[in-house]
Design a binder for this molecule. Structure first.
Ligand SMILES: Cc1cc2nc3c(=O)[nH]c(=O)nc-3n(C[C@H](O)[C@H](O)[C@H](O)COP(=O)(O)OP(=O)(O)OC[C@H]3O[C@@H](n4cnc5c(N)ncnc54)[C@H](O)[C@@H]3O)c2cc1C
Length: 471
């Protein structure tokens, strides 16, 4: 029997791929009383969608294609709502600097030649900076230091810091450059410049054979130039549909069953769940690394130490619904650079992506790397709501009270890929291999924090397991 630990999107996908490969005995063990992990949607009585966690998925690359193939497999194609590249939500993003909103430069090539505040020079000047700046030979670097060195301080402050807040609620001064800009970092290390690296990559890409895919939905996404997509009824429809599908295929699902300890023996593992111990042939863990560390540290302290060293941050998410169309401009939303020293990370304009009559739905993201500094250890939902409403008022000039709201406190919800992360993951994988542990690692702690990465990590883990058994 195989056990999958954790019923977030990583664990559910792992069970799905095991079942697809006709694996018979699969048990999914989930600590809480629901499946889906951080993917959670509240559908209000009046039909508004409040996403507590993720809201959109990118259709790009192998991982993006893999998720769309899963959507096809699950029969969810008719529920996909794409945002194409020319939609205002794909074109417009704001940053909030010195009490004013500024549009971030668009992908339009002309925009790099003009000075767009808060930048004091046209973006093209950053490219000259890159060509002149000396190369620094490094194993790793923070994304902030890398961008400041190659493109200048303003790009690091106003473009990269807010981007990192938007993606992982983290501090660009701590997050590894390999998380967001691996190929650009490699370009600097190999060629001494980002510009040269981009040119080399473009040449390489041209010489590669064209990418072929069997996934019709991915072909549509490429043809129609989707920027992101979501699901009609909210993203939780994905884990809900996966749950029905794996239950139909007789997967054994245990809810409210936190795993308390794992002890590995040769080719086997014993799991303690709610005081009972049972054996299995292999464990696929989709738990956050810190949680897994607690379960294995007694037997494998060195591995436990590595796993528990992957930091996480806490985010508060406040969804607000207002009557009327109150936004002055359509956009995906706004981001706040950490240098503004505000408790909010950004505001998503949900009804720009997915309009809902004469209403405005916003999501305020708060805290992240700076959660404790602004909110202490245990803020009340009312405190979080008041701070969110206050900033919506001061930044977006929306003075009416929200008609409906939801406050979610997501403790330790986003792993932080700090400088040295990739080397740590290599050490973790080597430890598991060298000790022949019947353990596969899946989920957001290791090889990517987005939904696509997590689903792909589940597929890769299952495929390599099945391959090992067949050889
Ligand atoms: C606020 C927010 C916004 C996001 N926005 C986006 C977005 O727009 N697009 C995108 O692509 N990604 C986004 N993400 C990231 C995405 O949500 C995650 O990558 C993904 O949900 C992680 O899934 P997972 O299965 O790895 O982990 P989780 O969802 O954390 O699932 C792990 C599961 O393990 C269970 N568990 C823990 N301990 C135990 C135990 N001892 N025994 C048994 N079970 C246990 C937990 O209860 C949980 O259900 C966002 C994340 C957050 C928090």
């Amino acid at each position: 029997m195989y056990v999958v630990l954790g019923g977030g999107i990583g664990g559910l996908s792992a069970v799905h791929y095991l079942k697809k490969s006709t694996w018979k005995h699969v048990k999914l063990i989930e600590a809480s009383n629901r499946l889906g992990g951080w993917i959670q949607t509240t559908r209000t009585p009046r039909g508004f969608i409040f996403e507590h966690g993720p809201r959109t998925v990118r259709p790009k690359g192998v991982a993006g294609e893999n998720t769309l193939a899963l959507i096809e497999d699950l029969g969810l194609v008719s529920r996909v709502v794409p945002i194409t590249h020319n939609h205002p939500a794909a074109q417009n993003r704001f940053i909030y600097v010195n009490k004013a909103l500024y549009a971030l430069p668009s992908s339009n090539i002309c925009s790099v030649f003009v000075t767009q505040p808060p930048f004091t020079k046209p973006l093209i000047s950053a490219l000259f900076h890159d060509l002149k700046a000396p190369k620094k030979l490094l194993k790793d670097d923070s994304v902030y230091d890398f961008v400041e060195r190659r493109l200048g301080k303003e790009i690091a402050e106003y473009a990269v810091c807010p981007l990192v807040c938007g993606i992982c609620a983290g501090d660009a001064k701590e997050i590894t450059v390999k998380f967001l800009m691996k190929s650009l970092f490699e370009a600097e290390q190999a060629h001494g410049s980002i510009v040269k690296g981009i040119l080399m990559n473009a040449i390489k890409r041209k010489s590669n054979s064209p990418f072929r895919t069997k996934c019709e939905l991915f072909k549509t996404a490429v043809k129609e130039k989707w920027n992101v997509w979501s699901l009609d009824g909210g993203l939780e429809l994905l884990p809900e549909t996966l749950t029905s599908s794996i239950k139909n295929q007789q997967a054994d699902v245990l809810l409210s069953s936190p795993c308390e300890e794992i002890v590995f023996q040769t080719g086997k593992a014993s799991l303690k769940v709610r005081g009972n111990v049972f054996e299995c042939d292999h464990v696929i863990s989709s738990l956050p690394a810190k949680q897994l560390a607690l379960l294995i540290a007694k037997q494998h302290p060195e591995l436990g130490e590595e796993l528990s060293s992957i930091p996480t941050v806490t985010v508060a998410v406040v969804n607000l619904q207002f009557e009327g169309r109150l936004l002055r401009q359509d956009a995906f939303g706004l981001l706040v650079p950490p240098s503004e020293d505000l408790p909010i990370l950004g505001i998503v304009f949900d009804t720009c992506c997915f309009p809902k009559g004469d209403n405005t739905v916003l999501t305020v993201m708060m805290g992240g790397r700076w959660f404790e500094k602004f909110f202490g250890e245990d803020p009340t939902p009312d405190t979080l709501l008041n701070i969110a409403v206050h900033h919506v008022r001061s930044i977006l000039h929306i003075s009416s009270a929200p008609e409906a709201h939801n406050v979610s406190l997501l403790n330790n919800c986003i792993p932080q890929y700090v400088v040295g992360h990739h080397e740590r993951i290599e050490r973790i994988k080597t430890y598991v291999n060298n000790h022949n542990l019947p353990l596969s690692l899946v989920g957001a702690s290791y090889d990517g924090v987005g939904i696509n990465d997590v689903i792909l990590s589940a597929r890769t883990a299952v495929e390599s397991l099945i391959k090992d058994i067949q050889t």
